[in-house]
Structures are given as C-alpha cells and as structure tokens.
Design a protein. Structure first.
Lengths: 411, 411
C-alpha cells in the first residue's frame, strides 16, 4: 500500500486495531480500505459531499491514493467518470475545491497518531454495513458520515426504536423534570434515548435513561479520546459502558461550533423522531430540530410557560415549523409509532335533550313532565322519552308528584 | 293585535320600552314585530332552528300568531311554503315537534312580565340590522339568535376588531397572569375583548381590559335582570357601563348548562378570533373553541407547563384541533390581522466557511492562513477570502505572525 508511503504491515496493524471481530458485514473490508476510511475522517470535515462522492465512486483507498499522489482535479474527475455516471465538467470544480481543502491535512503522522490513540482508548471504527451503524444515517445521502468512531457495543440498527431528546444547555428545573419523566417513560416503552451529552436537557435525558436501566446513545462533536464537556466525563463513560458513544471525528480532534452543528444532523438522522424539551429562541437544539424536519423525521416539541424564555424556542417550533405539541412520553412515542391520537374523550356525551331535562330538574322539588317541558323548552312527549333514558342511567328519581334529579346541582 | 289576546296599546308600549331611539335600521320594526321577537326569546330555547325557519319565513308576529291560534303543523307549513321555497313534507315534522316544544311556554303573563322587567332594568332588545347587533352572528345561519337582550351601548358591528379571550373557571396564577398581559396588549392594539364573565380566565380578561381603559363585551347565559355569577355582579355592571352585556335569554330566565353551551357559540361567532388561555382537559372553554373552529374562525391556544392540569386542554387544542400556538398579544392579534409570522430570525447568519475559520482561530495564539486551512478543513484560498470578510466585521485581528479571534471563545 503506497498511501502516505506507509508500509502495508503498519496499515494492516492500524486497521486491525480499530476494528472489532463482531463488526458485521463491514468487517469484510480490506485493511487498506479500513485505514483509508479512518484517514478520511481526519482529512475531511463532517458533511463534506465532495469527499463522499470520491469515496463512493473510487473506494476510500483509491480516493486517498488519488489525492496523496498529487493528481489534478481533472485527472481524478476522469477516473471517477470512468467508473460511475458523473458528469466530468460538473464534478471537476468540486473536486478541485476539495483538493485545496484536503491537501493541508495530508499529514500521515497525524493520521497514524489518531489511529494508535483510538486503539489504545478502545475507540473503534464503525462502517456502513456494521451492526452498530445507525441505520437512519443513510438518509443523509452525500452528507452521511464517511465512518463513525464508536465506544460501546450498542448500535442503532434497522429495528432500533430510537428517539432523540434534545434541548437547551441552560435548562430550567421545569425542563429537567419534564425530560426526566419523558426519558423514563420512553425507556419503559422500549426506546433507546439518543442525545448529545451536553449540559442541561441532553445530560438529563441520558441520566434518566440510565437510572431507568434503559439504553442510551450519545453523539459527540469531537474525538472520543477526550469527552466533551469534561464535566460529563463520568456520565459519558457510563453511556459508553451500557450503550454507545459515537463521533464522526477521530481521536485528537477537538469539538468546534461547526462540528456541533454537523453533529446535530447525525442525532436527527440516527433517530426515528426528535423531541425538543426546552429551548430558548436561539438554542442549538433548534438546529437539530431543523435537520429532523429537513429529513422528514417526526419532530415533537414540549410546550412550557409562555413566561419562560427557555420554552420560547419550543413554542416557535410549534408555531412556525409545524412541530407536534407533545406533553408526555406517550405522545412522544406516538410520533414514532405513527398511531393516531386517542379519539377525544366524548365531551358532551349527553344529548341536548338529556342536558336540557337535567337542567330543568330540581334535586328537592318534584316536577311533572309538563312542567319540565315548559322549563326546558322541549315538547312534553320528548321530555317523557328523555326521562325514561335518564331513569335507566340512574340520573333521576320518580316520586308520586313528579321527578327529581339524583345528581345534585345541574351546573 | 290579536297575539296573546293582548291590546294593541299594551303591545306597543311594551315594544317601545325595550327599544332605544338609536337602534339603527332595526328601529324601523313595527311594535308588533318587536314584541313578537321579544316573546320568541321566551318561547324558544337558544339555537332553535325550527323557530328561526318560521320567523324568517312569516315574520316574528305572524309566526307567533300562527302558534298561538292553535293552527296545525301542516297548516303552518303550507303558509310557510306559500311565502318561501321550503319543501312542505320536509318542514312539517320539524314544525310539529316545534309546536310541542313551544306550546307549554305560550303564557302571555310571563312574556309581559319579562318585558316589563327589561324596561325597568334598562335591558334593551337588539335586532339584526341594529348598530349594536354583533355582525359575526349572521354566520350562524338558522342557529343565529332570534334577538339579543342588551345592556350597554357598545356594539360589535362590521368594523369591530373583536377577539374572544376565554378559559377555565379554575384558573391558575399563571393563567390569570397571561390573560392579564394578553388583554392589556390586545386593548393597546385596538381590540374589543369578548368573554363570558365567568370566574377565572373570563373575569380576568374583562378586568384587565377595563383596567387598560379598553372596551369589553360579555355574553351571559341567563336574563340580564340578574347577573350570573353573582360574585361578578359589580364587574358585569362595569362592563355594561363602558361596553356591553348581551344575552339570548329574556329577563327572568336562569342560566342552565344547555344555555351556557349555546352562549359559547355566540361568543365564538361574535368574535373574529377565539383564544383559549387556560383550560383543563374538559373545560367548557373547549366548547367555545369547537364552535370557533366549526365557524372557520381563527383559533389560538396558549401553552403552559405540561405539568399543569389547567393547561392540558390548551395543549389538546394545539395537538388535535389545529389551534395556533400563541404566546403573547402580538401573536393573538396576528390571528385576526392574518399577517404572516415575522420571518424567523436568521439562525446561523454566518456562512459555514466563516464559522469554521472562527472555530480554528485562537484568541491568544496567532495562526497563519495555511494553519487555519489545515485546522478548518478549508482550502487556503477560501480561508484567505473568509479572513477578509471576518476582518471587515471586526471579528478577527491581524498580527505580524498571523490572525487571532477578537470575539473570545468560539463556542
């Protein structure tokens, strides 16, 4: 393997170090391919569509070799066109711009260091086709991750009932309480709780899932050798032990604002539905909500007091972005199961006639059917029929001098 | 006038007593017609479509004479068919059932007493065509009121900007606070506040409107000689003095549950939009909301804590009945003005490139464009262009050895 001028043996050893035996279909990938995928997570920033185009067309290894060997954008585009159906003139500029982005990062020492660090930290590379690969990510198309770094055994495969619970870092006691109840209720319904491990709502969602002996999965915006935020180090360690922690970024990569925004698209895509539990008008969780909506995933939003700034973003999602107003775990679960809401409880089960006769009755003074007809504005015959029905229901009592209500005040 | 075998002079005097000089077009109505309309409010319960059919077809006086004189349903239907385009066989049963309902109430003494009481109490009869007649009621079709009893001078004519603020009797401090703010803000925007004068949200809506020197109108479910609830006697008196109080029911008629439900349809129809500010899962205000929705009137609902039972009905309206989530007076006003919501504030005004370069900058260590390219994953040329833009915005500073961020932590 000529890539990066590294010896084949080193490449194979590095690749072995970041793969696990039970990685599923993706396990069949050749060492060079595994190494190249891992290298690409260092070279391209999350969501780089040009990198995805190249890798999908040529394979990760050949794509890496193409850019390391210094070939021109036109030459690479021609190679791509010979293997896929892309339009050369359309992709050449994108590849040219990609080359300019990637070249400054073609530093083999850094890639090797990152893979060694991963192997040391028990951080593994998850590839599409692996059992652990979050099934929903494929819906991101050219913006899907090239690979994921993973700590922990739980995946989000095709059958996983996953739901993202996200919200503001600056959560209120109300928001944390509602999140706790929601996470516990969703765990009871067999859901995996997905979130971003941030302070506030995210942290509470993970914590409540763990406290309910549920499974929870976190997506981070930086390398998994060092958890962010550091104040959640113990929490994220527990998540990795019982569930899983994922990141697009390799070991050694710090989280940046850009990477947080890109991480949000993965949370939305990996989950069957996204619920925002508390969010200010400009909370980052609205970004996650936007991704969920763009992907056509169900989006729920929990209302709160209109006097609370930490619910303003949630109300905005309901008002302007068609989020479903959800108030408890059952309603959040419905987002995924697609069940229709329970039919509204019969609001006025009594017919108008029954209500009007009940209104006309007294609990003390017995009244005749004719008297009740005059008071209710119904015909005497209709009153008599209605009295019969109300009698069967036990709502009225007959006395020698007429009828009385058995139910107290009519109001 | 042979109606009820009353002398014409008495009928004319009673009719004069319940009409005001400035009653507008409706003032032109003959005394017999005014008397008959007033009598009909005693004879038919609110929403009686058969009574409306008869009165619309024959006039109130002739309709009253027809039922007082003991004519058969078939004879009345024939008379109706001779003047309008109704189908005799279709209307005969409805008139027959109506006769049975109305006959027990054909007691002239009671009608006379009710009109005398109205004249004594300053309660006037409002008819369609009057300036005070709430314009929107016409949308109720055959279920529109036959007439309204009125205290106070303010009407809800074609140009009135009216909005109904309704909600639970068992309001919380939160609900009352939000109602107070909403009513004050809507008064500032020139709205007339419509409500039902009940305890809780209704009362607060009226009170806040009065406190803001605004106009407010109440619709009651019983006769206006005695206000219900009696604990709001002083409040309703003030509403009548500065705005108006309306009812379909004549003096002497007590409110009943049926009449409350029918009253709700008038609140919804008389207002350009209805907002439910706080409501339990079975609050009567949901009935008003249902009427608003059925009439195609905009319906708003104020969210609250999901932990509060007094907001559960509001959330249900948003979830299941497509009510618009409204959080302040401006959003409630938008229901009526039909303005689109303000465009969402630019969430990520910075381009991806700008954000990524900002992420890569340090506040302390100066970095070259090439270093920033490697860190951001952008091409060096793109970094240089972006640095130029960020420099113009004052977000970065150039030093001899490179660039630093001028904005503190990138996160």
């Amino acid at each position: 393997m000529t890539v990066f001028a590294l010896e084949d043996r080193l490449v194979a050893s590095l690749a072995r170090g970041v793969r696990q035996r039970d990685d599923g279909d993706g396990d069949a990938a050749a060492p060079e391919e595994v190494f190249a995928r891992a290298a690409w997570t260092s070279i391209a920033e999350p969501g780089d569509a040009a990198a995805a185009l190249l890798i999908d067309g040529l394979g990760a290894g050949a794509a890496l070799e193409a850019i390391v060997s210094g070939r021109s954008a036109t030459a690479i585009a021609e190679e791509l066109a010979s293997q896929t159906h892309v339009d050369i003139t359309a992709v050449t500029p994108a590849i040219g711009q990609g080359l300019e982005r990637w070249r400054p990062r073609l530093v083999s020492a850094q890639v090797v260091r990152s893979l060694e660090q991963a192997a040391r930290s028990g951080v593994f590379l998850a590839l599409r086709g692996d059992e652990s690969w979050p099934h929903g990510l494929d819906d991101l198309g050219p913006h899907a991750p090239l690979a994921l770094w993973r700590r922990g055994a739980v995946g989000l495969g095709e059958r996983a009932r996953s739901i993202a619970l996200v919200g503001a870092r600056a959560a209120s006691g109300y928001g944390e309480h509602v999140t706790m109840e929601a996470a516990a209720g969703l765990v009871d319904r067999g859901f995996v709780i997905v979130s971003g491990a941030a302070y506030g709502i995210d942290g509470m969602a993970h914590r409540a899932a763990l406290a309910s002996d549920g499974t929870t999965v976190a997506f981070l915006a930086g390398g998994l050798d060092r958890y962010y935020p550091s104040g959640h180090d113990a929490l994220i360690t527990r998540i990795a032990e019982t569930g899983a922690v994922f990141s697009e970024l390799p070991c050694g990569a710090p989280p940046t604002r850009w990477r947080f925004l890109q991480r949000n698209r993965i949370i939305a895509a990996a989950s069957r539905a996204t619920v925002v539990l508390e969010a200010g008008r400009r909370s980052g969780s609205l970004n996650t909500a936007g991704h969920a909506a763009a992907l056509g995933r169900p989006l729920g939003s929990v209302p709160g007091p209109v006097t609370s700034a930490t619910s303003a973003g949630c109300h905005r999602l309901i008002r302007e972005f068609d989020a479903v107003c959800v108030t408890d775990a059952a309603e959040m679960a419905e987002l995924v199961t697609g069940l229709l809401p329970e039919p509204p409880a019969a609001r006025d089960r009594r017919s108008g006639e029954e209500q009007r006769v009940l209104d006309a009755l007294s609990t003390r003074t017995a009244r005749t059917a004719d008297d009740l007809a005059r008071r209710s504005g119904l015909s005497p015959s209709s009153v008599r029929a209605t009295l019969g029905l109300l009698g069967i229901e036990g709502l009225i009592r007959e006395r020698p001098d007429g009828w009385v209500s058995a139910t107290g005040s009519p109001r």
